[in-house]
Design a binder for this molecule. Structure first.
Ligand code: OAD
Length: 251
């Protein structure tokens, strides 16, 4: 893959970088994405699994589905795409990683201060008193567990359809999108809002918006440039360019 002179310059000049990731960055680790032929939503119906009414109707089914996904993510490892983002954070002083993923792989790779827009599947809390549930309770429960303090059902700490994003996380994401000069959208189909509005927001504030995806998406017509390919190959390449250019500047 060739990196244009313009993109090289953007990578070397960037002082404030915001990265937005979606399920595509974890695909190479073996975590299924949501959309597309192999996507989770081809096999499962979100309205039966990923909303609060479904949970109240059939908590054991929803619990089982999240236990299965928790198991999948616990058995996989972060990939070169996740690690490249850690390296990028080490190079850029003002760096924000915003993710729609709940798989915890960015933190496991070593990213710091990850802004989790859709929560984190490894955390669980009581729907009644909102206390966090212990790892032990979660691990041992085939059926939905109840809170040891108040008896309420325990649910995963993820954002379901129809729920608001955690306000602090979204504010942080908006701030970063508004002040960055380079914005990367990695492995997201860009159809779920409000996360999908962040690239546009960054562009309106003057950032160069670079999309990295296995295919063109709804976002593609609205970004500055799209690189088609695997995140686990393109991101390490971008980091290499960033390092080279910054090294040249110092010498
Ligand atoms: P999607 O499944 O909608 O999109 C995944 C994207 O990753 C697609 O555009 C693929 O082309 C791309 N992709 C796949 N493999 C890739 C690779 N190796 N390298 C680069 N790109 C690759 O996932 P999201 O956009 O993350 O919401 O979905 C957004 C939200 O929809 C999710 O957070 C989830 C879901 O409903 C909630 O759970 C609230």
């Amino acid at each position: 893959m060739t990196i244009s002179k313009n993109l090289r310059d953007r990578l070397s000049d960037a002082e404030s970088v915001c990265v937005l990731t979606g399920a595509g960055i974890s695909a190479e680790s073996g975590v299924p994405t949501f959309r597309g032929e192999q996507g989770l939503w081809k096999k499962f119906r979100p309205e039966e699994l990923a909303n609060v009414d479904a949970f109240m109707r059939n908590p054991d089914l929803v619990w089982e589905w999240y236990s299965y996904r928790r198991k999948v993510v616990s058995e996989v490892q972060p990939n070169p795409g996740h690690f490249a983002i850690v390296e990028m954070q080490n190079l850029i002083r003002d760096f924000t990683l915003v993710t729609q993923n709940v798989d915890n792989l960015h933190s496991r790779a070593g990213s710091r201060g990850v802004v989790e827009l859709h929560g984190n599947i490894t955390r669980n809390y009581c729907i009644r008193c909102r206390r966090p549930a212990s790892e032990e309770l979660v691990q041992k429960s085939d059926k939905v567990p109840v809170c040891s303090h108040c008896g309420g059902f325990i649910r995963p700490d993820v954002v379901w359809f129809g729920e608001l994003l955690p306000p602090r996380a979204y504010e942080e994401a908006e701030d970063a999108a508004g002040r960055c000069d380079l914005f990367l959208c990695v492995g997201t189909s860009g159809v779920v809002y409000p996360a999908a509005s962040l690239p546009q927001m960054a562009k309106e504030h003057g950032a160069f918006v670079l999309e990295i995806n296995a295919e063109y998406t709804d976002l593609s017509p609205r970004v500055s440039e799209t690189l088609i390919g695997k995140a686990g190959e393109i991101l390490p390449l971008l980091v290499r360019v960033m390092k080279e250019e910054r090294h040249h500047e110092q010498t």
